[in-house]
Design a protein around this ligand. Structure first.
Ligand code: DX5
Ligand code: ZN
Length: 228
């Protein structure tokens, strides 16, 4: 494919009673990114973790912390998450009124700025901020819970975003989150995805090293299915 594919396991499906051990196991498995789902009970119905937990995990982890804020008015918490050790902060376009300002704030505070779109939100809403986005996250489920089914129309949306990025000559990464499995990984990468987020289809299938290798092998090799 000529570009690096990254798997970012979603901690939402990790064992929360042993989060530190789970992080260490990811690192031992050769994984580089950890997808940290932050939910506020307002933007999405669920409530998960906050900056204090991120700070605690940061102490013993060298992973790239990919923090997905499913939070209303995320600009209120950007600094807290970056101080806690977030490497990337991803805010929802639907949740922040002044998206350009929020992305600039993330960048100014020293983290990678990213924007997430719910499945039904048009790509048009990020057209003008694309060059300042390190990454765009396309949600392929309605956010709030792990273990949901991939919404098929998002495949076309990925292709459209890939075309927008290429046309703009931008280097923005495309991340997809929700219902990602080894079965659809190849199609997603072919459509233009750089970063695959996987929660349930990753953590339920240890050992992590093998699962990681399987994801990447299938994602990078159209004809790899028979190898596993
Ligand atoms: C959904 C979260 C996702 C979720 C993915 O609101 O943003 O990161 O945990 O889980 P799976 O891979 O199980 O769909
Ligand atoms: Zn997520």
């Amino acid at each position: 494919m000529g570009r690096e594919i990254i798997l970012s396991p979603s901690l939402l499906s990790a064992d929360f009673s042993r989060l530190g051990e789970e992080m260490a196991a990811l690192e031992e498995a050769g994984i580089k990114w950890a997808h940290i789902d932050v939910m506020d009970g307002m933007f999405v119905p669920n409530i998960t973790i906050g900056p204090l937990v991120v700070q605690a995990l940061r102490k013993n982890s060298k992973l790239f912390f990919d923090c997905h804020l499913m939070v209303e008015k995320p600009e209120r918490y950007v600094k807290d998450f970056i101080d806690a050790g977030a490497d990337l902060v991803c805010v929802h376009a639907e949740a922040t009124t002044h998206l350009e300002r929020t992305l600039t704030l993330i960048e100014d505070l020293g983290a990678k700025p990213a924007v997430a779109l719910n499945p039904a939100t048009p790509l048009e809403s990020i057209k003008y901020v694309l060059p300042q986005c390190y990454m765009v996250l396309l949600m392929s489920v309605n956010p709030g819970f792990g273990g949901q089914m991939f919404i098929p129309f998002v495949m076309d949306k990925i292709r459209e975003l890939r075309a927008m990025i290429d046309a703009a000559g931008a280097k923005t990464l495309i991340q997809v989150d929700g219902g990602v499995t080894p079965e659809n990984a190849a199609d997603l990468v072919e459509a233009g995805v750089d970063v695959l987020v996987s929660g349930s289809a990753f953590f339920k299938f240890p050992p992590y090293k093998k699962r990681h290798e399987m994801f990447l092998f299938l994602a990078e090799n159209r004809f790899g299915q028979n190898g596993f």
